[in-house]
Structures are given as structure tokens and as C-alpha cells.
Design a protein around this ligand. Structure first.
Ligand code: PLP
Length: 412
């Protein structure tokens, strides 16, 4: 269980809580190091969703019968849990979405279309995920707004001086990810929010990689929009959330039309519900939201501080272990980093490497990580990426390093 033995940091969870980790892959123990793509699910999350389907399955917010009331209670309770988890004062400032991608699209299609034009600029960090680039390009096609990337250094550090020098009242929005999925860089979102607000710009933070490792406090960090995905935080796929500052949310036009988001409908016209319902048309992913709530319970039970300490120690261990592999170059060496190890290995394409490592039971990701502009900036077509989570161990990293040496032998 929890704690450190000498220099060895043990996971602050029982690995048996994650049934999937017990399996063997190609005859080897599984070293699951693809957590930035999606995390594995603890039994409590899986069981919360099974329980809902076995006992409470009913639609929310519409039925007066007991099952519908139980489903609604569990659904609404998850919103309160998420609001508490990210420091939002009002649970109604949290909207359920399909994931982080839909959360950003919601901002772009509602606030973006209503507030952007040819006289405005959006500044997006040059390390953004496609999910925080493409929605804005789609808005730019319709509004004429200009999108400018905020430069990133070779080490993967955002150029804050450039940002300071380029912020003026023409900037309507600054978009930045809290933790870079491709490199691990942790961006100073509180500082960026202060700078953006000083010129009247809003800040959108992509928290996809941060929720399970170092979640924002939306009030202390003074964020306007915070986008999240449950599945990267031990929850299910197909559900995520968007926090919107209440003053902005109040006046935001609806995103999609349908049931639940209305107050009255007639052929003469429709009046809309208050947030959050105004933004949640149709039957939501009820089981997913309940599972998301269980994932937040899991994170709260373990404690973000303990998770952070463990992952930090693994990052340190992994950084020195990988640095010792001849021909390996770590990509992303920012001083403030989360437990993501991106690298290239001389003479082996990351895709080939991914396949070879899989043969040794090591699951990593290889590719552009949905950050093609960042890869271009770094001058690499792709990287291999090992991303760590609460259940990873030094043994996982040792297995990765062993497999890397084996891959080098194959390609020698
Ligand atoms: N933003 C970042 C930083 C990500 O890493 C990801 C997923 O990899 C996303 C956004 C998109 O998340 P989702 O696919 O869950 O919508």
C-alpha cells in the first residue's frame, strides 16, 4: 500500500482495485503506460455504473417514479462532486459534455460565435491539442477572428514574455492546456489568467490531462472556461464537463436544441431553461456521469497530494532511467513537468517502437498525440510517450527500459 520504502515509491492504491491490470499481454505482465490517452478504471467506478443499470436505470429529471428519482439524485450528486473537486462555488456552473473535445466546441460555438470577429484575436499555445485548435479555426472561418500561436521553446516551455508583449485589448481569448499531453509541461494557468484579464481577454484552460494529477481550482486560478474528460481521470469514456464562470454562463446562448434545455416550446417560439440544463439537450450519459462521480470519489479518497507525490517520484525515476538508454532523446524537459515521458530513439520510428514494446507487455503511445503543430515546431514527425498514473510502479518503468533495449537489439 501507500508510502515509500527507501527510494521506492509505492502506489497509494491497491493494484487489485484495477481488475484490468492483472492480465498478461503477449505472455508478459502488463505495464500500462498509456494513461494520457485514457486511464484504467477502478472497480468502484465500474461497479457504480453496473449498480445504476441493475437497480436505478431510468431517465433523469422527467419521471416522478422512484427509479427516476434515484437516477436523478445520483446524476445531480455527481455535479456537486465535480464542482467541489475543481473549486467551483456553484454546481450549476458545471455542464456535462461528451468529453473535453465537446466542452471546447461548446465554448467555440456559443461564446465564440457571439463574441468574435475580424477585429479580434485568439492566442493559443503552440502546444495545444487539436481539440483546442480546430474548433477555433472553424469559428475563424465564420467570424474572421485571427488565431495566433504562443511560441514554445525547444524544451517545451511556453514563452510567457512573448505572451505578455502580445496581449492587448484586441485579444478576446487566451487558450492553453494546463498539462501538455505530448510533453508533460505544466503551464502557469493562474499567471496567464491574470495577464489575460488585465487586457479584458478571457482564458480557456484545457484541463484534460490535469484533472487526475493536479486539477485547477477555477476560482483561485480565476478561470473563465475549464474543459475536462472523465476517462483521463479514472472515469468512463463519453463523458466530460465544462466549467463556465457564472457571469459568462448566465448570458450564454444555447448550444444544441431539444428536450430538457427548454422552459416552454410553441410554434411561435421557445424559451430556454436556466444553466446547466440550457446546455444539456436530450438524454445525457447518465451512467457515465454517475461513473464520473465515482471516479471523483476515488481521487478524493486517495488524495491528489499523494497521487502527485507518487507520480513525481516515478517521473524522476523514469527520467533518469530513460536518459541512460543510448540513442534516446527525451522530448519535453520543462522544469515544471507532469509524469509524461515523451521520447525518440535513434534509428527506430516511434510507431515501430510502440509495436515492439507491446510485444513485451508495455503499452505506450506513439504518434503526434493530436499535436501536429507542436511536432512540427519540435522538428519530429512523432514521439513515443509513456504517461504515468497512480497505479504505475518502478517495475513498469524497468519493464519499459528492458523492452527498449530489446527493441534496439532488433534494429541493430
Ligand atoms: N486535450 C488534451 C490535452 C488531451 O490530451 C485530450 C485527449 O488526448 C483532449 C483534449 C481530448 O479529450 P477527449 O478526446 O476526451 O475529448
Amino acid at each position: 500500500m501507500a508510502g515509500s520504502v527507501g527510494q521506492v515509491s509505492l502506489p497509494p492504491v491497491e493494484l487489485a482495485e484495477f481488475p484490468i491490470l492483472a492480465q498478461r499481454v503477449h505472455g508478459n505482465r502488463l505495464a500500462y503506460l498509456d494513461n494520457a490517452a485514457t486511464t484504467q478504471k477502478p472497480r468502484s467506478v465500474i461497479e457504480s455504473m453496473t449498480h445504476y443499470y441493475e437497480h436505478d436505470n431510468a431517465n433523469v429529471h422527467r419521471g416522478v417514479h422512484l427509479l427516476s428519482q434515484r437516477a436523478t439524485d445520483a446524476f445531480d450528486a455527481a455535479r456537486v462532486k465535480l464542482a467541489q473537486f475543481i473549486g467551483a462555488q456553484n454546481p450549476n456552473s458545471v455542464l456535462w459534455t461528451k468529453g473535453c473535445t465537446e466542452a471546447i466546441n461548446l465554448v467555440a460555438q456559443t461564446w465564440g460565435l457571439a463574441n468574435l470577429g475580424p477585429d479580434k484575436r485568439i492566442l493559443l499555445s503552440a502546444m495545444e491539442h487539436h481539440a483546442n485548435i480546430v474548433p477555433w479555426q472553424m469559428v475563424a472561418e465564420r467570424t474572421g477572428v485571427t488565431i495566433t500561436p504562443i511560441p514554445v521553446s525547444d524544451e517545451g516551455v511556453l514563452d510567457i514574455d512573448w505572451l505578455r508583449a502580445n496581449l492587448d485589448e484586441t485579444v478576446a481569448l487566451v487558450g492553453v492546456k494546463q498539462i501538455c499531453n505530448a510533453l508533460g509541461t505544466v503551464n502557469p494557468i493562474g499567471e496567464i489568467a491574470t495577464m489575460a484579464h488585465a487586457v479584458g481577454a478571457l482564458i480557456l484552460v484545457d484541463g484534460a490531462q490535469a484533472l487526475a494529477h493536479a486539477p485547477a481550482n477555477v476560482v483561485a486560478d480565476d478561470l473563465d472556461f475549464y474543459a475536462m474528460s472523465a476517462h483521463k481521470a479514472y472515469g468512463p469514456t463519453g463523458v466530460g464537463a465544462l466549467y463556465v464562470r457564472p457571469e459568462i454562463l448566465r448570458d450564454l446562448a444555447p448550444y444544441q436544441g431539444g428536450g430538457d434545455m427548454i422552459r416552454t416550446v410553441s410554434w411561435e417560439g421557445t424559451t430556454y431553461n436556466d444553466p446547466p440544463n440550457r446546455f444539456e439537450a436530450g438524454t445525457p450519459n447518465i451512467a457515465g456521469v454517475i461513473g464520473f462521480g465515482a471516479a471523483l470519489d476515488f481521487l478524493t479518497r486517495i488524495g491528489i497530494d499523494r497521487i502527485h507525490l507518487h507520480e513525481e517520484s516515478l517521473l524522476e525515476y523514469g527520467t533518469s532511467a530513460l536518459s541512460a538508454v543510448p540513442g534516446l532523446t527525451l522530448r519535453g524537459t520543462a522544469p515544471c513537468k507532469a509524469a509524461i515521458l515523451s521520447f525518440t530513439l535513434d534509428g527506430i520510428h516511434p510507431h515501430d517502437l510502440g509495436t515492439l514494446l507491446d510485444g513485451h507487455g508495455v503499452a505506450i503511445r506513439s504518434g503526434h498525440h493530436c499535436c501536429m503543430p507542436l511536432m512540427k515546431r519540435l522538428g519530429v514527425p512523432a514521439t513515443a510517450r509513456a504517461s504515468l498514473a497512480v497505479y504505475n510502479t518502478q517495475q513498469d518503468i524497468d519493464q519499459l527500459v528492458f523492452a527498449l533495449h530489446e527493441a534496439k537489439r532488433v534494429f541493430a
